[in-house]
Design a protein around this ligand. Sequence first.
Ligand code: ADP
Length: 251
Amino acid sequence: KKRIVIKVGSGVITEANHIAKERMLNLVSLIAEFKKTHEVILVTSGAVSAGYTALQLDRKRDISKKVLASVGQPILMSNYKRMFDIFDISISQILLTEEDFDSRVHTVIFQQIIETTLANGILPIVNENDISTTEDQLFGDNDQLSSHITHYTNSDLLVLLSDIDGYYDDNPSKNPKAKIIKDVHSIDPDKLTEEHTPNNKFATGGIVTKLKAAQYLMNRNRQMFLCSGYDLTTIHQFVLEGVHEKGSLFS
Ligand code: ADP
Protein backbone atom coordinates (compact mmCIF):
# COMPACT_ATOMS: atom_id res chain seq x y z
CA LYS A 1 0.00 0.00 0.00
CA LYS A 2 1.11 3.55 -0.73
CA ARG A 3 1.46 5.71 2.32
CA ILE A 4 0.24 9.31 2.36
CA VAL A 5 0.09 12.09 4.90
CA ILE A 6 -2.89 14.45 4.70
CA LYS A 7 -2.72 17.77 6.58
CA VAL A 8 -5.84 19.83 6.98
CA GLY A 9 -5.74 23.52 7.91
CA SER A 10 -7.86 25.15 10.59
CA GLY A 11 -9.74 27.22 8.01
CA VAL A 12 -11.14 23.99 6.59
CA ILE A 13 -12.10 22.41 9.92
CA THR A 14 -13.66 25.44 11.57
CA GLU A 15 -15.81 28.31 10.40
CA ALA A 16 -16.90 31.43 12.27
CA ASN A 17 -16.65 30.00 15.79
CA HIS A 18 -17.95 26.55 15.13
CA ILE A 19 -16.66 23.24 13.77
CA ALA A 20 -17.43 23.03 10.05
CA LYS A 21 -19.07 19.62 10.47
CA GLU A 22 -20.11 19.10 6.89
CA ARG A 23 -16.60 19.80 5.61
CA MET A 24 -15.14 17.59 8.30
CA LEU A 25 -17.49 14.76 7.33
CA ASN A 26 -16.51 15.16 3.67
CA LEU A 27 -12.87 14.80 4.68
CA VAL A 28 -13.62 11.81 6.89
CA SER A 29 -15.47 9.97 4.14
CA LEU A 30 -12.67 10.74 1.68
CA ILE A 31 -10.12 9.27 4.08
CA ALA A 32 -12.34 6.21 4.55
CA GLU A 33 -12.18 5.72 0.79
CA PHE A 34 -8.41 6.31 0.62
CA LYS A 35 -7.83 3.79 3.39
CA LYS A 36 -8.95 0.95 1.13
CA THR A 37 -5.89 1.42 -1.05
CA HIS A 38 -3.55 3.59 1.03
CA GLU A 39 -2.08 3.89 4.47
CA VAL A 40 -3.16 7.30 5.70
CA ILE A 41 -1.79 9.56 8.42
CA LEU A 42 -3.93 12.61 9.19
CA VAL A 43 -2.40 15.79 10.57
CA THR A 44 -5.08 18.15 11.78
CA SER A 45 -5.00 21.77 12.78
CA GLY A 46 -7.94 23.44 14.42
CA ALA A 47 -7.53 22.75 18.15
CA VAL A 48 -7.19 26.44 19.05
CA SER A 49 -10.12 27.49 16.89
CA ALA A 50 -12.19 24.57 18.21
CA GLY A 51 -11.35 25.74 21.74
CA TYR A 52 -12.54 29.18 20.81
CA THR A 53 -15.99 27.74 20.10
CA ALA A 54 -16.26 26.96 23.83
CA LEU A 55 -14.27 29.75 25.37
CA GLN A 56 -13.37 33.14 23.92
CA LEU A 57 -9.92 33.92 25.27
CA ASP A 58 -7.42 36.17 23.55
CA ARG A 59 -5.40 33.76 21.44
CA LYS A 60 -2.53 36.21 21.10
CA ARG A 61 -1.64 35.61 24.72
CA ASP A 62 0.57 32.56 25.11
CA ILE A 63 -1.19 30.98 28.05
CA SER A 64 -4.64 31.72 26.63
CA LYS A 65 -3.63 30.02 23.41
CA LYS A 66 -2.49 26.94 25.32
CA VAL A 67 -5.74 26.86 27.27
CA LEU A 68 -7.70 27.18 24.02
CA ALA A 69 -5.70 24.31 22.53
CA SER A 70 -6.32 22.16 25.61
CA VAL A 71 -10.06 22.90 25.50
CA GLY A 72 -10.23 22.47 21.73
CA GLN A 73 -8.23 19.27 21.26
CA PRO A 74 -10.93 17.01 22.81
CA ILE A 75 -13.65 18.92 20.95
CA LEU A 76 -11.82 18.30 17.72
CA MET A 77 -11.09 14.66 18.46
CA SER A 78 -14.60 13.84 19.65
CA ASN A 79 -15.93 15.17 16.36
CA TYR A 80 -13.45 13.04 14.40
CA LYS A 81 -14.26 10.04 16.58
CA ARG A 82 -17.98 10.38 15.98
CA MET A 83 -17.51 10.74 12.23
CA PHE A 84 -14.95 7.95 11.79
CA ASP A 85 -17.27 5.65 13.80
CA ILE A 86 -19.72 5.89 10.90
CA PHE A 87 -17.10 4.13 8.76
CA ASP A 88 -15.95 1.73 11.50
CA ILE A 89 -12.50 3.31 11.52
CA SER A 90 -10.63 3.46 14.82
CA ILE A 91 -8.51 6.52 15.41
CA SER A 92 -5.57 7.39 17.62
CA GLN A 93 -4.40 10.75 18.88
CA ILE A 94 -0.68 11.48 18.56
CA LEU A 95 0.62 14.79 19.85
CA LEU A 96 4.16 15.63 18.77
CA THR A 97 6.65 18.45 19.02
CA GLU A 98 9.71 19.42 17.01
CA GLU A 99 11.82 17.62 19.61
CA ASP A 100 10.33 14.30 18.56
CA PHE A 101 12.38 14.63 15.38
CA ASP A 102 15.66 15.85 16.74
CA SER A 103 17.07 12.84 18.48
CA ARG A 104 17.39 9.30 17.28
CA VAL A 105 15.77 7.91 20.39
CA HIS A 106 12.67 10.11 20.13
CA THR A 107 12.33 9.67 16.40
CA VAL A 108 12.53 5.89 16.61
CA ILE A 109 9.82 5.81 19.27
CA PHE A 110 7.56 7.97 17.14
CA GLN A 111 8.26 5.82 14.07
CA GLN A 112 7.41 2.66 15.97
CA ILE A 113 4.17 4.15 17.26
CA ILE A 114 3.11 5.10 13.74
CA GLU A 115 4.12 1.72 12.28
CA THR A 116 2.23 -0.20 14.94
CA THR A 117 -0.81 2.04 14.61
CA LEU A 118 -0.95 1.61 10.83
CA ALA A 119 -0.24 -2.11 11.00
CA ASN A 120 -3.37 -2.44 13.12
CA GLY A 121 -5.52 -0.56 10.64
CA ILE A 122 -5.95 2.42 12.94
CA LEU A 123 -5.90 5.96 11.61
CA PRO A 124 -3.30 8.08 13.40
CA ILE A 125 -4.44 11.67 13.88
CA VAL A 126 -1.50 13.92 14.63
CA ASN A 127 -1.31 17.46 15.93
CA GLU A 128 1.41 19.57 17.42
CA ASN A 129 1.38 19.38 21.21
CA ASP A 130 1.37 23.07 21.89
CA ILE A 131 -0.07 22.60 25.34
CA SER A 132 2.87 21.46 27.44
CA THR A 133 5.80 22.86 25.50
CA THR A 134 7.72 26.07 25.07
CA GLU A 135 8.13 28.03 21.86
CA ASP A 136 11.53 26.60 20.90
CA GLN A 137 10.34 23.01 21.27
CA LEU A 138 7.68 23.56 18.62
CA PHE A 139 7.57 23.93 14.85
CA GLY A 140 4.76 26.41 15.47
CA ASP A 141 2.82 25.22 12.45
CA ASN A 142 1.50 21.92 11.17
CA ASP A 143 2.88 22.39 7.66
CA GLN A 144 6.44 21.76 8.78
CA LEU A 145 5.36 19.13 11.31
CA SER A 146 3.64 17.26 8.45
CA SER A 147 6.67 17.44 6.20
CA HIS A 148 8.81 15.86 8.92
CA ILE A 149 6.19 13.18 9.54
CA THR A 150 6.08 12.45 5.80
CA HIS A 151 9.82 11.98 5.66
CA TYR A 152 10.29 10.00 8.85
CA THR A 153 7.38 7.65 8.13
CA ASN A 154 8.76 7.08 4.65
CA SER A 155 5.52 8.29 3.08
CA ASP A 156 5.19 8.78 -0.66
CA LEU A 157 3.30 12.05 -0.56
CA LEU A 158 2.16 14.92 1.65
CA VAL A 159 -1.14 16.56 0.74
CA LEU A 160 -1.89 19.96 2.27
CA LEU A 161 -5.61 20.71 2.29
CA SER A 162 -5.80 24.47 2.56
CA ASP A 163 -8.16 27.40 2.23
CA ILE A 164 -6.27 28.13 -0.98
CA ASP A 165 -6.44 25.87 -4.04
CA GLY A 166 -2.74 26.00 -4.91
CA TYR A 167 0.48 27.98 -4.99
CA TYR A 168 0.20 31.29 -6.85
CA ASP A 169 2.87 33.47 -8.44
CA ASP A 170 1.73 36.25 -6.10
CA ASN A 171 -0.45 36.51 -2.96
CA PRO A 172 -3.93 35.80 -4.39
CA SER A 173 -5.69 37.55 -1.52
CA LYS A 174 -3.95 40.78 -2.54
CA ASN A 175 -3.42 40.34 -6.26
CA PRO A 176 -6.50 39.18 -8.21
CA LYS A 177 -4.33 38.62 -11.28
CA ALA A 178 -2.12 36.06 -9.51
CA LYS A 179 -1.89 32.77 -11.36
CA ILE A 180 -1.64 29.28 -9.99
CA ILE A 181 1.62 27.39 -10.54
CA LYS A 182 0.77 23.80 -11.30
CA ASP A 183 4.22 22.24 -11.10
CA VAL A 184 6.95 23.54 -8.84
CA HIS A 185 10.45 22.10 -9.07
CA SER A 186 12.40 24.76 -7.23
CA ILE A 187 11.66 27.50 -4.74
CA ASP A 188 13.40 30.88 -4.68
CA PRO A 189 15.26 31.04 -1.32
CA ASP A 190 13.89 34.59 -0.77
CA LYS A 191 10.39 33.14 -0.64
CA LEU A 192 11.35 31.00 2.34
CA THR A 193 12.32 33.96 4.50
CA GLU A 194 9.29 36.17 3.84
CA GLU A 195 6.92 37.10 6.63
CA HIS A 196 4.17 34.63 7.42
CA THR A 197 0.87 35.42 5.69
CA PRO A 198 -1.89 33.32 7.20
CA ASN A 199 -5.31 34.02 5.78
CA ASN A 200 -7.45 33.71 8.89
CA LYS A 201 -6.87 34.49 12.52
CA PHE A 202 -6.42 30.87 13.55
CA ALA A 203 -4.10 29.93 10.74
CA THR A 204 -0.44 30.15 11.71
CA GLY A 205 1.50 29.42 8.59
CA GLY A 206 0.40 31.14 5.46
CA ILE A 207 2.25 30.24 2.30
CA VAL A 208 5.76 30.53 3.77
CA THR A 209 5.50 27.50 6.03
CA LYS A 210 3.98 25.55 3.12
CA LEU A 211 6.97 26.44 0.96
CA LYS A 212 9.33 25.44 3.77
CA ALA A 213 7.52 22.13 4.06
CA ALA A 214 7.77 21.65 0.29
CA GLN A 215 11.47 22.51 0.22
CA TYR A 216 12.17 20.08 3.05
CA LEU A 217 10.50 17.28 1.12
CA MET A 218 11.93 18.16 -2.29
CA ASN A 219 15.41 18.06 -0.74
CA ARG A 220 14.62 14.51 0.28
CA ASN A 221 13.12 13.41 -3.04
CA ARG A 222 9.58 13.40 -1.78
CA GLN A 223 6.48 15.13 -3.10
CA MET A 224 4.01 17.62 -1.73
CA PHE A 225 0.64 18.50 -3.21
CA LEU A 226 -1.17 21.72 -2.19
CA CYS A 227 -4.86 21.92 -2.98
CA SER A 228 -8.24 23.03 -1.72
CA GLY A 229 -9.72 21.56 1.45
CA TYR A 230 -13.15 22.86 0.46
CA ASP A 231 -13.44 21.09 -2.85
CA LEU A 232 -12.07 17.60 -2.31
CA THR A 233 -12.43 16.52 -5.93
CA THR A 234 -8.86 17.75 -6.56
CA ILE A 235 -7.20 15.50 -3.98
CA HIS A 236 -9.51 12.65 -4.99
CA GLN A 237 -8.50 12.97 -8.65
CA PHE A 238 -4.83 13.34 -7.88
CA VAL A 239 -4.47 10.50 -5.38
CA LEU A 240 -6.95 7.94 -6.67
CA GLU A 241 -7.06 8.65 -10.40
CA GLY A 242 -3.55 10.00 -10.92
CA VAL A 243 -4.99 13.08 -12.63
CA HIS A 244 -3.37 16.44 -11.96
CA GLU A 245 -5.79 19.10 -13.18
CA LYS A 246 -5.95 21.51 -10.25
CA GLY A 247 -3.67 22.09 -7.26
CA SER A 248 0.12 22.55 -7.11
CA LEU A 249 2.58 19.68 -7.12
CA PHE A 250 6.00 20.29 -5.59
CA SER A 251 8.41 17.64 -6.80
P1 ADP B 1 -4.03 26.89 6.15
O1 ADP B 1 -5.15 27.01 7.12
O2 ADP B 1 -4.33 25.99 5.01
O3 ADP B 1 -2.71 26.56 6.79
P2 ADP B 1 -3.07 29.63 5.66
O4 ADP B 1 -4.06 30.74 5.81
O5 ADP B 1 -2.06 29.45 6.72
O6 ADP B 1 -3.91 28.33 5.40
O7 ADP B 1 -2.26 29.79 4.28
C1 ADP B 1 -2.90 29.98 3.02
C2 ADP B 1 -2.99 31.46 2.67
O8 ADP B 1 -1.72 31.97 2.28
C3 ADP B 1 -3.86 31.76 1.47
O9 ADP B 1 -5.24 31.79 1.76
C4 ADP B 1 -3.34 33.14 1.01
O10 ADP B 1 -4.08 34.17 1.62
C5 ADP B 1 -1.92 33.19 1.54
N1 ADP B 1 -0.92 33.32 0.47
C6 ADP B 1 0.07 34.27 0.44
N2 ADP B 1 0.83 34.15 -0.68
C7 ADP B 1 0.34 33.09 -1.38
C8 ADP B 1 0.71 32.46 -2.63
N3 ADP B 1 1.76 32.87 -3.36
N4 ADP B 1 -0.02 31.39 -3.05
C9 ADP B 1 -1.05 30.93 -2.30
N5 ADP B 1 -1.45 31.48 -1.12
C10 ADP B 1 -0.78 32.55 -0.65
